[in-house]
Ligand binder design. Sequence first.
Ligand code: SAM
Length: 323
Amino acid sequence: MPAFFGKAETLFELKAELEHRFPDCGDQLQDLGHGFYLPGTCLENTTAAATPPTAWWALDSLIDARILEYSSIKDAARQLNQLERGWQNWSGLHYGRSELIKSHLKPARTAAAGQPADDLTKHAEPGRPVFAVLDHQQLVYGRRHSNPFGIDAPLAEDLPEAPSRAVYKLQEVFQRLQWQPTPDQKALEIGASPGGWTWFLARLDMQVDAWDRSPLRKDLLHMPAIRFRQGDAFKVQPGDIHPVEWFFSDLICEPERLWRYLQPWLYDSDCQHFVCTLKMKGQSDLRLLERFQSIPNSRIWNLYYNKHELTWIHSKTRPLPEF
Ligand SMILES: C[S@@+](CC[C@H](N)C(=O)[O-])C[C@H]1O[C@@H](n2cnc3c(N)ncnc32)[C@H](O)[C@@H]1O
């Protein structure tokens, strides 16, 4: 039985996605306040049963969610302590009860979240167990989840000198990938201003071609690793610049436009790795998201640092995490 934990501001997206992807289960979807779960065996006869059920709009999808019956806060804590230690709680509607239960739980043996900035390929101990209170008698819990950080903040946010907080999206991507660009690799970033991502990539010793209509923060213009072009980024095509291994986009545009623009970069260039923010206006186009997902070796993640947007990651050459 899967459970899907979302962010308050995009729960409507999560619900629409689940109804779209698991149409036979729509009426069985149970509202957790902060997410949804699918009870019983309703997935067994759907095509979705073939793949572990995860959701793009979920911050975390709990794949092996189970119900635990409890009689009191202490009883819930006792049962959880017997199962595991280091629980995360998804407080949602039952914040007080959830925190009280957690106060009786054994902590993880090692610190989890908040890795320092230069330690990108290490991340929180994956698969920490998580629980969410359903009511005063039941909670849902599990260990196998799609996001290794679960619902916790994944970063120490220790880059105050970065040109923008968007930098944390990129850090989060590399931490979830557990690999990152290597020094001297080349990148194109479209929609780069004020320069959080570009600055971060230069800090990893990459060579970055950055395009935006607006200028980068001034000091970045003097960094030898960065070449900035001001103008409409959609005009740059493979062949206009030296070959790049990485394509980055945090550009504000309709995802459909990005999709069209990406085609030559995907199929007529040697570019290998892609990290793109898909920014939504209103309800997301789920069929378009399916097209992004259908590119082999792609993931669509709702990062902790994403707002009303998702992040699409694709690599032609390196394996991606299972979820
Ligand atoms: C969210 S900001 C990018 C933030 C950046 N990744 C960072 O880390 O600081 C989106 C950018 O897309 C740019 N943009 C939107 N349409 C564009 C276009 N057609 N060509 C170039 N830049 C564009 C905007 O000027 C804006 O600076």
